[in-house]
Design a protein around this ligand. Structure first.
Ligand code: ZN
Length: 424
């Protein structure tokens, strides 16, 4: 098993070839090269050692994944697999786009999210991606902070290292990283599957939102160097949530875990309740009762809905907090747009995201004549049908405005889906 030389050519199973141009990176499992495939620049991953205890099964699975295609656009998915040659094999995939950084870079403060909005966009995209992956009958089996690349400005996510995605219930032979593994995998009671992926997903979500690991508090940090046996305790048999409501023996440490210490009490209660549910008994030890991606999407969307701009300093805050996270001034939300169970605050300067993507659908501004009078601008491609309390119907075309007036009913169409909203 050896490194490929620059200029070397390997054959893909579809008949094309990949010519190695440059080494891009090296990991424990293999090398990643810049390669030319049919004149197009792509990334070639080349395994150093057999990537699993059953390399043939691994190879077959890789081919199958390449043939069936990526579950969602966020995945940098294997596109073509190579033949067995030069004592190994590999696969080609798209190159990581510019402006995306490994999530680990955010954890060491080398990269910072530009906004809270970007943080929740990342969390939402990761859930969307895993919902699509699990819906295809696959499980990822090795979720960890090295798999995600994030654009700090927008929060858009790319997910790589998808070669361990196996049909749910089948074993890739890879256990994952201890810090992200479900406790029942760490203790050896269960092999990775879609349920254990849900635990890893919750760890990633917590990490993105609070910027500290949910199980690494004073108890875990008391051990200067982790051994396998300590790993089994800290992340398995004695795993303890840092924000456990009663047991404070693994609480975060001031100076080391300032992010979570600051954010935990200020961020919405819905998040605290959801993570506490997931990371404490009995759910912690009940894999099939863990929150689904769909449930996380509802939670994260309603938290993102709460984000508003402070009218005094312009920074972001949560409407439910009723004050600014930055300047501390109190903020009154007089009106909301109700869509099913969601309540989107109608405050000056706020943008509304109706569907889950990152494109603003409406914008709230005040009129030039009266700063206390708010209007909603239609930023969508489609008309908004507005019905007044007396039953009159008016059409608000793209870029036009409607007043923030209690009782108005709005019919919105986004990507073929109709929403009924009401101003309250
Ligand atoms: Zn403020």
């Amino acid at each position: 098993m050896s490194e490929l030389q620059i200029g070397a050519t390997v054959h893909l199973t579809n008949g094309a070839t990949a010519t190695v141009k440059k080494l891009l990176g090296e990991g424990g499992q293999g090398y990643v090269y810049l390669a030319s495939v049919n004149g197009k620049d792509m990334a070639l991953k080349w395994y150093k050692n057999p990537p699993s205890s059953s390399p043939e099964k691994f190879y077959k699975n890789l081919r199958q994944n390449a043939e069936s295609g990526a579950p969602a656009p966020m995945f940098i998915w294997p596109e073509y697999v190579t033949q067995h040659e030069q004592g190994s094999f590999g696969y080609v995939m798209k190159l990581r786009p510019e402006g995306y950084y490994e999530f680990g870079q955010f954890l060491i403060n080398k990269q910072r999210f530009a906004s809270l909005h970007a943080i929740f966009t990342s969390a939402i995209e990761i859930c969307e991606a895993f919902k699509a992956l699990h819906a295809k009958g696959l499980s990822y089996q090795d979720l960890n902070d090295g798999n995600f690349f994030i654009d700090p400005k927008t929060g858009h996510v790319m997910i790589c290292d998808n070669d361990n995605a196996f049909p749910n219930g089948e074993k890739s032979g890879i256990l994952g990283k201890a810090r992200y593994m479900a406790p029942e995998v760490v203790t050896g009671q269960r092999m990775p599957d879609a349920y254990t992926d849900k635990f890893s997903l919750a760890v990633i979500l917590f990490y993105i939102i609070y910027m500290n690991h949910p199980f690494e508090g004073m108890k875990v940090l008391a051990h200067p160097c982790m051994t396998e046996e300590l790993d089994r305790k800290c992340y398995g048999s004695e795993i303890l949530f840092i924000a456990h409501p009663t047991d404070k023996s693994n609480a975060p440490i001031k100076g080391l875990h300032n992010n979570v210490i600051k954010r935990w009490p200020l961020f919405p209660k819905l998040l605290r309740d959801s993570f506490t549910r997931e990371f404490t008994a009995p759910i912690l030890n009940s894999p099939n009762k863990r929150l689904t991606e769909m449930q996380w999407l509802d939670i994260l969307t309603s938290v993102r809905d709460e984000l508003i701009r402070c009218p005094f300093c312009g920074e972001e805050t949560f409407a439910s907090l009723q004050k600014c996270l930055d300047c501390g001034k109190s903020i009154v939300v007089s009106n909301v747009l109700e869509i099913e169970k969601r309540r989107l605050p109608l405050t000056d300067g706020n943008t509304l995201f109706i569907d889950r993507d990152d494109t603003p659908d409406m914008r709230i501004v005040h009129t030039a004549q009266d700063p206390s009078k708010l209007v909603i601008q239609n930023l969508m491609q489609n008309d908004i049908e507005v019905q007044t309390t007396t039953g009159q119907v008016r059409i608000v075309k793209p870029n036009e405005y409607l007043p923030v007036k209690v009782g108005l009913q709005l019919k919105l169409k986004i990507r073929g889906y109709q929403y009924i909203a009401k101003i309250q």
